[in-house]
Design a protein around this ligand. Structure first.
Ligand SMILES: [Fe+2]
Length: 280
């Protein structure tokens, strides 16, 4: 698999803060049809699998109204509902500008569209992943507060040299997180919601391990970037997730985890609390 195209410096046409014009006019009629088809099919497929907030968010923010959204127009309603805006970037951007954008309540979305459908493994975050997978969750006030708190924590983690540890928090929540709602397991992570196949794997496969959220454990959990995750973390609520971010001293957690070994992909730890196990 190709490595993600991570840029070292803003390429031509990209501003200092890594944002760029969306250049919406270049999308063809076929792109718009393809986008609408992906949104419709994915939203139908995710009924009963995605968190309530996600499904509500898709229609509230207007993703189901057809065609690739033009960010300027899309942001009018999105800003009103969430206080955030989406901005175009060339792809995966470096940590520092990423954290800054989140801290400023601007969510970066890749400025290109995947060529295949939405059902397979999502190997490079494209506009469908970034817009459809991420933005609906911003209708939840606790979730979006968590996102800006994460951005601010990222700026501090840069100075402490702890971005890899913090990055695993993002990965195991914002990208691949599960939540218990009304007694059932649901997906809220964008890496899941933009890939139907991985959503099914995460929620139902007996090969997937599901653990209760535990910040130090999660920061130590290595993950594969080219296949389905073997380990997922289940939160109780978005309020609880935000509370973790606001009341925990991340500096203390970093001190705790810094000298501990990482937990290799798919491996267990003695302290694991398995979701659904009797002692939970
Ligand atoms: Fe993502």
């Amino acid at each position: 698999m190709d490595a993600l195209h991570v840029y070292d410096a803003p390429p031509e046409g990209v501003a200092e803060d890594w944002t760029m014009a969306q250049d919406w006019e270049r999308f063809t009629a076929l792109d718009h049809v393809r986008w609408s088809k992906m949104v419709t099919e994915q939203t139908e497929a995710l009924q009963g699998l995605a968190s309530d907030e996600f499904l509500k968010g898709v229609s509230d923010i207007g993703l189901d109204t057809g065609g690739v959204p033009e960010f300027d127009a899309f942001n009018v309603n999105f800003r009103k509902l969430t206080g955030w805006e989406v901005v175009a970037v060339p792809g995966v951007i470096p940590n520092l500008p990423f954290f800054k954008l989140l801290a400023d309540r601007r969510f970066p979305a890749a400025n290109f569209l995947r060529q295949g459908g939405s059902q397979e493994y999502n190997d490079e975050p494209d506009m469908f992943h970034d817009v459809y997978g991420h933005l609906p969750m911003f209708i939840d006030p606790d979730f979006r507060e968590f996102m800006s708190a994460y951005g601010r924590a990222g700026l501090r983690a840069e100075k402490l040299g702890m971005t890899d540890w913090l990055g695993r928090l993002y990965l195991h929540t914002v990208e691949f997180g599960l939540i218990e709602q009304n007694g059932a397991l649901r997906a809220y992570g964008a890496g899941l919601l933009s890939s139907y196949a991985e959503t099914i794997h995460a929620l139902t496969s007996d090969k997937a391990r599901r653990l209760h959220f535990n910040l130090p454990r999660l920061m130590r959990t290595e993950w594969p970037f080219d296949t389905f995750q073997p380990t997922y973390f289940v939160i109780e609520s978005f309020e609880a997730l935000l509370e973790e971010m606001e009341t925990t001293s991340l500096r203390e957690v970093y001190e705790e985890v810094h000298d501990l070994p990482l937990i290799p992909i798919g491996e267990t730890d003695l302290a694991d609390r398995v979701y659904g196990a009797q002692s939970a």
